[in-house]
Design a protein around this ligand. Sequence first.
Ligand code: KIV
Length: 286
Amino acid sequence: MPEEKKRKKVTLGTLRRMKRQKEPITWLTCYDYPMAQIMDAAGIDMVLVGDSGAMTVLGHPTTMPQTLEAQLMLTEAVLRGRQYMFVVGDMPYMTYEMSHEKAIENAGKFMAIGCDAIKLEGGARVADTVAAMVKAGLPVMGHIGLTPQSAPALGGYRVQGKTADAAKKLVDDAKALEDAGVWGMLVECVPPETMTLIHEAVDCIVMSLGGGPDADGQLVIVHDMIGYFAAFRPKFVRKYCDLTEILHGAFSQYIEDVKSRDFPQPEHCYTMSPEELDKLGIDAGD
Ligand code: KIV
């Protein structure tokens, strides 16, 4: 029997080796402890505790209402459930825009609880902030293309980089982030051709969310791929199961079982010894 390879904690070094060896990196969003345990056991390389949790878990219509406190709480839950995965904390809206000092202080809170890196949205416009954070020793990941925190300014949740000019602007954004010192970047919702231009323009790790295959790895919002978010499902998601249907079936069956008194059965009940039952004047039967 070949000896089983000992699994090691995924580090930035691991991710860089995977990029060099052209091994695609698997990345999912994650927002809670049990899900983190399942993903870790399945062998996922990396998780993002996204501010998308504001929508998928907390029920807000956008990511904008997410507070730093709520984001840190979700992140801590995920960190308790992970053993090997690389965990990226996501900086919520207006937690890095005010000043470099505030950005460093807030990013430090994610690192202090055990994140491996932090992500923030924006290209050239946040390059100075990124440079200050990197100078402070923070492992920063960029995020360009469709950046949900600036969706109103982008004209809504739309595909980005669809014209030659827009694609060139994204390449400039990617270069600005790399010059500022990011170790990697997420490119969201662009045509595959734009993704290729970006991937070829920078040396750092480039991850795709709805940007096609030409990247160092893929990210998907977990609720989309497991069918656990009814509001919408983007075109670029492959659905691996329908948790909504599975859970709806389980809850309906539970209602039926309780109403019909089929549940609980004796195997779901605790027992008392015949002696104790006798003291209560209850016949223990056989
Ligand atoms: O919050 C999040 O999950 C994200 C994704 C949209 C990439 O930033």
